[in-house]
Design a protein around this ligand. Structure first.
Ligand SMILES: NC(=O)c1ccc[n+]([C@@H]2O[C@H](COP(=O)([O-])OP(=O)(O)OC[C@H]3O[C@@H](n4cnc5c(N)ncnc54)[C@H](OP(=O)(O)O)[C@@H]3O)[C@@H](O)[C@H]2O)c1
Length: 257
């Protein structure tokens, strides 16, 4: 029967167990809220206990748990792995979302810039997936947060763009390797989205330029990304795996105009 009074994403996410890395602000926080509203149990991670506490207050649900876990190193990832193992429940959704960005021309980028972004954005995702593999339910859904800069080539984004290109490839390989367990793996490639993370790297003028670079002539919202992630993790997306879903207000194609 078709329940047209329910959103698609709400049909299959009740009681699902969800982990979101980098869930305390921006896109991770909006996605955590959306999963909670759909009836799921959610664990969000981040480095700052203060940010996590603010997120918990904003969501205000007994179904939300928070965990300080720095995804950029294996010790931090073990904190998450141990938490999930002790909890004993298999995960239905893993949203690998934590990332940092520093924009500099190649000429000025430092080894520290390179290591920080690759450790968080690539090594973190790779080993979080590896360590949580035994805890993923068969049929689980994994989503990586990528960016259209993995495809487009904005000056000054060399290291960050390379991290996103790397996770696109890791996600494709993971989709092949995990298919035997019916685990679906996808990426969402985002255009400019209004978040604290964007505010940290773009002035108001730069944000206006980013908005003007999209066909829809605006920044996206974190809730719009959350909707896409929920769709990908729901039964409505049961035949989608190894895909890269672009959510960019038409920015990639608008660049070709
Ligand atoms: N906003 C955009 O325009 C845009 C565009 C394309 C792609 N994206 C991608 O979207 C994702 C979310 O970005 P956002 O804009 O929502 O950024 P955000 O507001 O800065 O949120 C980033 C989240 O990641 C956490 N985090 C950062 N480093 C971490 C680490 N080492 N370990 C654990 N958690 C960590 C942050 O918490 P703590 O700081 O407390 O650790 C925070 O919860 C990222 O993958 C980003 O690359 C964003």
């Amino acid at each position: 029967m078709y329940h047209n009074n329910l959103k698609i994403s709400e049909m299959s996410l009740t009681n699902k167990n969800v982990v979101i890395t980098g869930g305390s602000t921006g896109i991770g926080l909006a996605t955590a809220k959306a999963f909670i509203n759909a009836g799921a149990n959610v664990v969000i991670t981040g480095r700052s206990a203060d940010n996590l506490q603010k997120a918990a207050s904003a969501i205000n649900s007994p179904n939300l748990k928070t965990l300080v876990s720095d995804t950029s190193n294996l010790d931090g990832i073990s904190v998450l792995e141990n938490y999930v193992a002790e909890n004993g429940k298999k995960l239905d959704v893993l949203f690998l979302n934590a990332a940092i960005a520093t924009f500099k021309p190649i000429e000025h980028a430092t080894e520290a810039d390179f290591d920080a972004q690759f450790n968080t954005n690539v090594k973190g995702h790779f080993f979080t997936l590896q360590k949580l593999l035994p805890h993923l339910a068969d049929g689980a859904s994994v989503v990586f947060t990528s960016s259209i800069v993995a495809t487009a080539s904005g000056a000054g984004t060399g290291i960050y763009s390379a991290t996103k290109g790397a996770i696109n490839k890791i996600a494709q390989i993971a989709a092949n390797e995990l298919a035997e367990r019916k685990i679906r793996v996808n990426t969402v490639s985002l255009g400019p989205i209004q978040t604290p993370g964007l505010d940290g790297v773009a002035t108001p003028e730069a944000k206006a330029n980013l908005a003007a670079s999209t066909a829809l002539q605006r920044l996206g919202t974190a809730d719009e990304i959350a909707n896409t992630v929920l769709f990908l993790c729901s039964d409505a997306a049961s035949f989608i795996s190894g895909a890269d879903i672009t959510v960019d207000g038409g920015a990639l194609t608008y660049m070709m105009k």
